[in-house]
Design a protein around this ligand. Structure first.
Ligand SMILES: [Fe+2]
Length: 329
């Protein structure tokens, strides 16, 4: 029996004429001995002599129970330079360990804690993140208005009013499959945007015409609003992951109809901080009630994320696991 499998490889290119050497980043490594390359689907990126390549392999005697699964990594709010350092340090080992096929991250705090610039988005893509989501800080860097409409790898909450730049959902096309990513914002303790519940249904109806695999980033403050949306979308999407509160919650689970859920993925950024900001600034603000300029903390950093396994055919999740990594600066 031969079965087609998709692999995500990285190739180091020495010069234009030399042969490329492949290094496994994803896929099912245990069967590489009995696999052979059928065709290259496409070359995703060329930057600093690194090619990201999606290939189709033919694998003999493959025994996968219950179909083929896509392994998705979703990284919690990347906070400033320490967050980007954490991605640089931890992403590749995590992609190898969990055989990650697709990496998504919330990047609304990636530029010094406020918004996202084009240069920083490119930096995150270079580290191996394929798709970025945003939240209430989406417009903090004014320049994003100049590139968000033309950037297919970046979404902002879909429930911003009609007329706001950017798009609320988008797609990753990789390994011969398509994954939809929908971004929504909560309305409790956040700007009064359109209803995320009915907005989600409208977007999901559109996305379902293209793929059953749908990841929802619900960027919201109140856990009640997040839990409610999780149940509301159970069985309609592959995963609902919460972002924004910067503290990873201990409730990662599969809901009854096959949707993976976590109230908050957590923060990727400075560890000895208050939600990523210098702790002295926030403590002093509580002591005095005086306004103060926020500054991203430095020192030890962390990565918070979830890994989700999703059935490629049905879009149902099989497993969700929260992960954390720490390092001294
Ligand atoms: Fe936020």
């Amino acid at each position: 029996m031969k079965k087609a499998e998709y692999w995500f490889l990285r190739a180091n290119v020495r010069d234009a004429k030399s042969e490329v050497t492949f290094e496994m980043l994803g896929g099912r490594i245990f069967d590489i001995q009995s696999s052979k390359l059928e065709r290259i689907i496409y070359i995703e990126k060329l930057n600093n002599n690194i090619l990201w390549i999606n290939v189709r392999m033919l694998t003999k005697n493959l025994n996968l129970k219950g179909g083929t699964y896509v392994h998705v990594l979703f990284i919690g709010d990347i906070m400033g330079k320490p967050g980007r350092e954490a991605v640089k340090r931890f992403l590749k080992p995590i992609q190898l360990e969990y055989k990650i096929d697709v990496t998504i991250a919330n990047a609304e705090n990636a530029a010094a804690g406020k918004g996202l610039t084009k240069v920083i988005a490119e930096e995150l893509y270079d580290y191996g993140i394929q798709f970025l989501t945003m939240g209430n800080h989406v417009w903090d860097q004014r320049e994003i208005r100049n590139f968000i409409d033309a950037e297919p790898r970046l979404v902002r909450p879909a429930n911003y009013p009609v007329g706001a730049p950017g798009q609320g959902y988008g797609f990753i096309r990789t390994m011969g499959i398509k994954i939809g990513i929908l971004n929504l914002s909560g309305r409790i303790f956040l700007p009064p945007l359109d209803d995320p519940f009915s907005g989600a249904i409208r977007c999901i109806n559109q996305i379902k015409q293209e793929t059953p695999i749908i990841i929802v980033d619900f960027h919201a403050e109140a856990s009640s609003e997040k839990v409610a949306l999780g149940w509301f979308l159970d069985g309609l999407v592959s995963a609902v992951v919460g972002t924004h509160t910067h503290i990873q919650t201990a409730d990662a689970r599969l809901l009854n109809q096959g949707t993976a859920y976590i109230t908050d993925v957590g923060m990727t950024g400075p560890r000895d901080s208050v939600l990523g900001i210098k702790k002295e600034i926030i403590i002093n603000r509580f002591l005095t009630q005086l306004p103060a300029k926020f500054e991203v903390a430095s020192g030890a950093f962390q990565l918070n994320a979830v890994v989700i396994d999703i059935d490629e055919k049905t879009g149902k999740a099989r497993h969700i696991e929260a992960i954390q990594r720490f390092a001294e600066a």
